[in-house]
Design a protein around this ligand. Structure first.
Ligand code: GLV
Ligand code: MN
Length: 194
């Protein structure tokens, strides 16, 4: 979903402030082959956390060679029973391939239709831009998948943390009305995000 580049590449100068469409280019004479290769997704991550998951991004911020090219990837690891919680990417569609494990992958359309499927190694999915989606590990082993995006910085809005763990917090009056529950329920949910 990013604009088309107007040159072969524009390796990001991350020390400069981002301008309208990405970072300024590092001077051509300083560009080397290393700018087009990255180890950003090579390491296994710890999934010992509240959701049992880890997302490692290779976007313009961690792989500056992607700047202005309209693509990026994530490495996603999910422990058995763990969840990549419902979230959306405001600037990109997403496609993914499962490398290891068994995952329930789902998203909800703007007509509120839920599409989902259990996937295993080699199988793919696509999440249309901006729609809320998740991956739940329904297997016995750790799951590993790689996702890719048509943006060098797709952005992510994580539904539970956006609603219940923003700073400053959304007033309880908004959340009790939105979810049609009492303040105690909202407080309980908020307290889960330390
Ligand atoms: C998975 O949904 C991801 O955003 O990498
Ligand atoms: Mn996603």
């Amino acid at each position: 979903a990013d604009p088309d580049p107007l040159q072969d590449f524009c390796v990001a100068d991350l020390k400069a402030s981002p301008s309208l469409n990405g970072f300024p280019c590092k001077p051509a004479e300083e560009v080397t082959s290393d700018d087009f290769f990255s180890d950003a997704l090579s390491k296994e991550s710890n999934t010992t956390n509240i959701f049992g998951w880890s997302v490692t991004p290779a976007n313009v911020l961690t792989f500056p060679g992607l700047n202005t090219l309209g693509i990026s990837m994530n490495r996603v690891e999910i422990a058995p029973g763990g969840l990549n919680p419902p979230h959306s990417h405001p600037r990109a569609s997403e496609t993914g391939v499962v490398i290891e494990g068994k995952l329930l992958v789902g998203f909800v359309t703007t007509s509120n239709v839920f599409h989902s499927k259990v996937l295993s190694a080699g199988q793919m999915f696509v999440i249309p831009r901006g729609l809320v989606h998740f991956q739940l590990n329904v297997g016995e082993e750790k799951a590993l998948l790689f996702t890719s995006f048509n943006s060098h910085l797709p952005g992510v809005v994580i539904a539970p943390t956006s609603l219940f763990a923003s700073s400053p917090p959304i007033p309880n009056q908004v959340l009790t009305k939105a979810f049609r529950v009492g303040e105690d329920t909202i407080e309980t949910i908020k307290s889960k995000f330390g």
